[in-house]
Design a protein around this ligand. Structure first.
Ligand code: ADP
Ligand code: ADP
Ligand code: ZN
Ligand code: ZN
Length: 866
């Protein structure tokens, strides 16, 4: 049986996403009948679990408890929690609903286990289940916006959009003083920015409008027009546009070889916006050409709006920033709906969009004050109660820094999981099984306790909560811990412990217990900054909440950027530092966040972002192809006598191009079955029986193995087999060095876990060698057991020792304490963050009184050198 991509049924939990709000009251008879008729099982039992690397174990988990899964990366935690328990629960749910799905599910999607007993409906709170639509906001996704619409339609007071007067409208919505003809629609639909009644006519409810950033169009004013001053027209594909521009410039009498800076303002305007381009001179016969001239700004905007040409759209997007829509100021609604105000006891009249611009904590205060003196109490008290309850749930899971109008696609992975958690805190459903994958991701140690309160509440509501987690505080808070291991892949998959935390801590042989008690620690070096080191200096960083910061990153060192969630770390490191480098060094079409400049860019040759994202979405990609080991392996096959006799070249052994591969599955070994509303499912190819190759290709053997058999080898075994071939050995050794010796060469990329994908990327970098590269990592430890973190740190330090620079956004104290340089942003989130709290070596930060992370770092340093 093969499973869906990554096996993880990341589809939504629509089967159970019943909304509690507005469902009316349940019939008391039905509610009472349930417990009498049905016995609630106390245990969830999985017998003979064999999915992926699981070794046929049986495990019993108490229901209505907080159960935490631990174990090194690749040991089988997700396989047990998601691919076995959740997948089976979902399979049974769907089975009871759809005949179409049933026919496939029975055959293909049954997790490999002898039996699952005591299963209940399950919900996965993961990050792939939120809409990626920019119209989806924190407010809409939590239903707070729907409730606000109801509130405003019942208690809002329309005002005239021209004179500002209220409720003077006659029957035809005509204000006697102004001449506004149409009044607002006082229905809840009228306040929807996704409806024609409500949306701003300029931005159609998006709230933003694209504008061409002239600093991006002319990045270097010292260049001449002929020398490529207009960056948008440097590419050979835009030769005609440049020629037209040069013609127009010639007609304006400007020197096309002179620096752009020195051209007269009129020429700048003509070329950029088209203003004052000379009329066509009919006598010279240049009419046609000039009529076609389009200045760079309108040209870019037109391309940007031509959504069907995605390639040219993306290139145009590299010069475009989004700013709040001029017509609605970002409110997304038209002027009539915006002029409906809610009377607040202390703040006067407030529009719906102003409420949405508040952070969760500000909105909470706003509604608590309003609650004391609500407008039209009889109609609104229930709605107000619902709104405040939802806001409190958001605050409870540590999301009080988000504004209600924040678009959900811009949220981080951890934020999305916590948002989903907050949604479920509100439903008061019980008897469900919740499965979470590292909800602490992105959460500062100081905020973990609040998350725990939320998880416990879900449990106390009568639900079972399964969490994959490495965080010390969460593991210690568990009612029950399942520890998998001992190693990863084939060396893992056993249940080492299933029981109380106390017993795990007492187990002297347990790695997990060892790290929790401090018997083991993530070894690391002390941070130092060498004399005379060069710096990358970011000046005037102002994107999002950053407060005009100047921050330096020492080159050839390991820097960690830390601070509470929402303090501005990703904005600084990703939006400003990475995007500027990617644009300057690799011409990537990304738009950096606002800042004045970065000094020292010339000291960096490459910028590489090492994410935990998959190394490929196609089953054709794997660790061997990604690191280049497979090229060398194919060459080694081509050198065998078998291959020479048959005239097979290296290309014959590829499964990515035609020749030697099976064409029925195009070398994938499996056939994708579209499940419509479920994740895709893969079935083995009937022609090659999953081997990916033609029978003739498999006649060739290297040391007795076919190419298909080599793809089945673990890295360690392949390393022995190809010890003689340096080009194959180097990437394989790098894979072993990052702790992936157990990985099968041909394991399809989409099935690698996040931590595995990240380490494959690092291995590719290690085997590539070289220096003067800047590596950026966003929370590299998420998904990693402390044991893996130690290994990761060794790899990162190795990169630094070779003269590279590593910058990581990270909360994990072991990592922070092993940095050469720490940058702490904060002190709070959103508008209360964005400042530099402190920076320095670990010792210096420990000595800084106001550092939040300092006390944690001190404890870590003391632990290492008692
Ligand atoms: P963990 O969650 O503990 O990091 P996983 O459950 O993701 O570990 O993985 C356990 C092992 O199973 C790993 O070796 C992983 O590469 C492998 N694996 C995971 N998903 C698949 C899959 N869909 N097909 C084959 N192997 C898989
Ligand atoms: P961190 O990485 O420290 O968690 P971020 O840099 O993601 O913090 O966020 C800093 C602030 O900027 C927060 O208030 C956040 O809500 C806001 N922010 C982040 N990304 C965006 C975005 N794409 N659009 C609008 N605001 C954003
Ligand atoms: Zn607008
Ligand atoms: Zn095939």
């Amino acid at each position: 049986m093969t499973r869906s991509s990554r096996g993880r049924p990341r589809s939504s939990d629509r089967a159970t996403s019943v909304r509690a709000a507005d469902n009316g009251r349940a019939d008391p008879e039905i509610v009472q009948a349930t417990p009498r008729q049905q016995r609630w099982p106390d245990w969830l039992v999985v017998r003979g679990a064999r999915e992926h690397n699981l070794k046929g174990s049986t495990v019993r988990l108490p229901h209505r408890s907080l159960v935490v899964f631990t174990g090194v990366s690749g040991s089988g935690k997700s396989t047990l929690a998601f691919d076995t328990i959740y997948a089976e629960a979902q399979r049974r749910q769907v089975q009871s609903m759809s005949a179409f799905a049933r026919s496939f599910l029975e055959e293909l999607d049954k997790p490999d286990a002898d039996a699952l007993e005591g299963l209940c409906p399950a919900v996965a709170l993961d990050d792939r289940t939120l809409p990626s639509n920019p119209r989806s906001t924190v407010g809409t996704i939590t239903d707070v916006y729907d409730l606000l619409r109801v509130l405003y339609s019942r208690a809002g007071e329309p005002h005239c959009t021209s004179c500002g007067d209220r409720l003077r409208f006659d029957g035809g919505w005509l204000c006697p003083r102004g001449d506004v003809e149409l009044g607002p629609s006082m229905t809840s639909r009228g306040f929807s920015f996704n409806s024609a009644y409500g949306a701003c006519v300029e931005c159609h409810g998006l709230g933003t409008e694209p504008h061409v950033d002239l600093d991006l169009v002319v990045p270097d004013p010292e260049r001449s027009l002929a020398g490529g001053a207009l960056a948008a027209w440097r590419d050979p594909s835009t030769g005609a546009e440049l020629t037209n521009a040069l013609t127009v410039a010639g007609q304006l009498g400007v020197d096309v070889e002179a620096p752009w800076r020195t051209l007269p303002a009129a020429a700048h305007r003509a070329l950029l916006t088209g203003e004052g381009v000379p009329q066509a001179d009919e006598t010279t016969g240049r009419v046609a050409r000039q009529q076609r001239f389009q200045a760079v700004v309108p040209w870019l905007l037109r391309r940007y709006h031509e959504a069907y040409l995605t390639g040219s759209r993306d290139r145009a997007a590299a010069f475009i920033r989004h700013r709040p829509c001029a017509a609605c100021g970002g409110a997304r609604l038209n002027s009539r709906q915006r002029a409906v105000l809610l009377r607040h006891p202390t703040r006067g009249g407030v529009g719906i969009a102003q409420v949405c611009a508040m952070t969760v904590s500000d909105a909470l205060r706003f509604f608590e004050e309003l609650d004391a003196d609500p407008p039209r109490r009889e109609l609104t008290s229930r709605v107000l109660e619902e709104i405040t309850t939802r806001l409190r749930h958001l605050a409870d899971v540590g999301l009080d820094h988000l504004t209600l109008d924040r678009a959900t696609p811009t949220l981080s992975r951890g934020e999305v999981q916590r948002l989903r958690l907050a949604q479920h805190l509100g439903t008061e459903l019980f008897g469900l099984l919740f499965v979470l994958d590292e909800p602490t991701t992105g959460l500062h140690p100081a905020d973990v306790e609040r998350l725990l309160v939320a998880l416990r509440r879900l449990r106390d509501q009568g639900n079972s909560v399964l969490v994959i987690e490495h965080d010390d505080q969460v593991v210690r808070a568990a009612d029950w811990v399942v520890d998998l291991g001992p190693g990863a892949g084939e060396e893992g998959g056993r249940i080492l412990h299933s029981g109380s935390v106390g017993a795990l801590l007492d187990d002297g042989r347990s790695l997990t217990g060892g790290y929790l008690t401090g018997r083991l620690s993530v070894g690391a070096r002390r941070g130092t900054i060498p004399e005379g080191v060069a710096w990358l200096e970011v000046r005037g960083a102002r994107a999002h909440n950053l407060a005009d910061l100047d921050v330096g990153f020492p080159l050839g060192c390991f820097t960690v950027v830390t601070g509470v969630s929402g303090s501005g770390k990703s904005t600084l490191v990703d939006h400003i530092l990475y995007r500027t480098l990617a644009r300057a060094l690799h011409d990537e079409p990304v738009v950096p966040g606002t800042h004045d400049g970065i000094d020292g860019l010339e000291l960096v040759d490459r910028a590489v972002r090492v994410e935990q994202s998959p190394i490929g979405r196609s089953p054709r990609s794997n660790a061997a192809t990604y690191t280049g080991a497979f090229d060398a392996i194919r060459a080694a096959f081509a050198r065998t006598d078998d291959a020479r006799e048959r005239g097979f070249k290296a290309g014959r052994f590829s499964f990515n191009s035609p020749g030697g591969r099976c064409e029925n599955c195009a070398g994938e070994g499996s056939i994708r079955i579209d499940m419509r509303f479920l994740p895709d499912v893969y079935a083995p190819c009937q022609t090659c029986l999953g081997s990916r190759y033609l029978a003739t290709t498999l006649e060739v053997r290297y040391s007795g193995l076919t190419i298909a058999e080599v793809l089945e080898l673990a890295v360690d075994a392949a390393l022995e087999l190809f010890a003689e071939s340096e080009p194959a050995r180097r990437p394989l050794q790098a894979l072993a060095d990052v702790g992936l010796g157990y990985l099968r060469l041909g394991q399809p990329a989409p099935t690698l876990s996040a931590g595995e994908a990240q380490r494959v990327k690092l291995a590719a970098e290690l085997s590539r060698g070289g220096s003067r590269t800047l590596y950026l990592l966003d929370e590299p430890t998420s998904g990693l057991h402390p044991h893996d973190i130690g290994r990761l740190l060794q790899v990162l330090h190795g990169l630094v020792d070779n003269g590279n620079t590593v910058v990581a956004v990270e909360h994990h104290v072991s990592v922070v304490a092993s940095a050469d340089w720490i940058i702490e942003l904060g002190p709070g989130a959103g508008t209360r963050g964005g400042r530099l709290v402190c920076c320095g070596t670990p010792e210096q930060v420990v000595g800084t009184g106001h550092s939040l992370i300092g006390q944690h770092v001190r404890r870590e340093l003391e632990r290492r050198s008692p």
